[in-house]
Design a protein. Structure first.
Length: 63
């Protein structure tokens, strides 16, 4: 654990803290959420394309 400076109030806060303990400024809680939302969106898109490709292949084989 290390200390960093809050960009909002400039006081020392833990770099593991989700928000500044002094002013409540969100420090890093939003970054992992955005990252996992992006990963989830990519996985969803891949799953949809896999299913769509499978259905399309099935349709092409049927005719
Ligand atoms: Zn602060």
């Amino acid at each position: 654990m290390a200390l960093t400076h809050c960009p909002e109030c400039g006081r020392e806060v833990s770099d593991l803290a989700a928000a500044c303990i002094h002013c409540g400024y969100p420090l890093r809680a939003t970054a992992p959420m955005t990252f996992w939302k992006t990963v989830g969106a990519i996985l969803c898109a891949l799953a949809i394309w896999t299913v769509a490709g499978f259905l399309l292949a099935s349709l092409l084989h049927a005719f």
